[in-house]
Design a protein around this ligand. Structure first.
Ligand code: LLP
Length: 385
């Protein structure tokens, strides 16, 4: 197989996943945004836009990429704890559907910039609900110790500022408590908090027209074939029941659960070596192509590509990349058929937070050098879509 490593995307899996999301939500006042940060590959964005989803962006670049890919500007939500003035200007100029605000200072800046443009954007307040997402601490966002969202105190201060905020229309609430969440009771707790907060919003700010509950639904990394389609039914049922008393459109911004299982990383074994009692398989992909294991200790299923089941002996391998960091490892003691130089491995569930988090460290990719990028981590999209 030439030119490894590369990300392989199966657009049939993406299609099935999108259909599952849409089928689980079609009879509700539910609106699904795709969290572009999970994977901003152009072909993937175009496919998701063509299905009629909105997008959830965290940078000016993501807003522009969404519009180019065909997302309707009115279906775009813009979030982020540190939006620059340039990025706010991109959001305002493109008349996107909703800006999610995370601090008082940001709200004042948006109000001022909108006034200068003689425009009144719709704004939602991101509140920190102080709910424990029971996930990896580095991808948990809804606790009061995290940097995200307005605190209850800031919310109270905002209420006193309302008469001066004439160029923003605060109509919504936004929450996001974390990622790779597999326990539905975490989302139940979020619903309970939302049910407490909505009356406070309506008593002080005004009628709630928009409620965004974020993303976060987890996927099966351990055994992706048993969980190609994530637990959308349970997830949406949880919100359908938990928020049944509210009569407001509910927005979701799902990233991982939409794209994780459609992607994998194909990589070649460069060398097999023994050290003390360990077998190492050194790959041509590293943390530069998939940094989740190095950053979060995440485990992705690793398989030998095109492997014939009957004839093999198994060995335990430490699967490592070529990058000059000890944390550049995809797993220790991974049981695989005996490997040799040139074998191809598939690292599964790499559709989300792999390509979009790829790095240039060790000269793996150079900014603006498209040719090199294609050689190192080019996209191969299944032609079957
Ligand atoms: N909305 C907001 C405000 C977010 O911060 C995120 C993800 C999402 C939606 C989408 O969440 P999802 O449905 O994908 O869980 N790099 C980490 C994940 C970071 C998630 C950041 N925020 C990882 O590789 O696990």
């Amino acid at each position: 197989m030439e030119n490894t490593p590369f990300y392989f995307y199966d657009l049939n899996v993406l299609e099935d996943t999108l259909n599952a999301v849409l089928n689980s939500t079609k009879s509700d006042n539910f609106h699904i945004h795709y969290a572009v940060k999970a994977n901003n590959n152009k072909k993937i964005l175009e496919k998701i836009a063509a299905k009629g989803l909105g997008s959830d962006c965290v940078s000016g670049w993501e807003i522009e990429a969404s519009i180019k890919a065909g997302f309707c500007p009115k279906s775009i939500a813009f979030a982020g704890v540190g939006k620059t003035d340039d990025e706010i200007a991109i959001a305002l100029t493109n008349r996107i559907g909703m800006i999610h605000c995370e601090s008082l200072e940001e709200i004042l800046v948006i109000n001022e910039m909108a006034e200068a443009m003689n425009y009144v954007p719709r704004v939602a307040l991101r509140l920190n609900p102080n709910v424990n997402a029971l996930t990896h601490e580095k991808i948990s966002t809804g606790l009061s110790e995290n940097k995200f969202g307005l605190t209850v105190l800031e919310f109270a201060e905002l209420v006193t500022l309302m008469p001066t905020l004439n160029h923003i229309n605060i109509v919504g609430l936004h929450f996001h408590i974390g990622s790779q969440i597999t326990e539905m009771n975490v989302f139940e707790q979020l619903c309970e908090r939302i049910n407490e907060i909505v009356p406070q919003f309506e008593n002080t700010i005004g009628k709630l027209e928009y409620l965004n509950v974020g993303g976060g639904l987890g996927v099966n990394y351990e055994d992706p074939d048993q969980g190609i389609i994530p637990a959308f039914e349970d997830y949406f049922d949880t919100f359908r029941w938990g928020l049944r008393k509210l009569n407001v459109p509910i927005h979701f911004e799902l990233g991982r659960s939409i794209v994780a299982q459609c992607g994998s990383l194909r990589t070649k074994v460069l060398y097999v070596k023994k050290s003390n009692d360990k077998n190492f398989a050194v790959l041509d992909a590293g943390m530069t192509e998939l940094m989740r294991p190095a950053l979060y200790g995440a485990k992705h299923k690793i398989e030998k590509f095109n492997h014939v089941e009957e004839m093999f002996s198994e060995l335990a391998y430490d699967i490592v990349g070529p990058i000059c960091e000890s944390s550049d490892s995809f797993g220790t003691g991974v049981i695989l058929p005996e490997l040799k130089r040139g074998d191809i491995l598939t690292i599964r569930s790499c559709g989300a937070y792999a390509e979009s988090m790829s790095l240039r460290y060790n000269g793996r990719q150079e900014v603006g050098n498209n040719l090199k990028r294609q050689v190192n981590t080019s996209l191969r999209v299944a032609k079957t879509a």
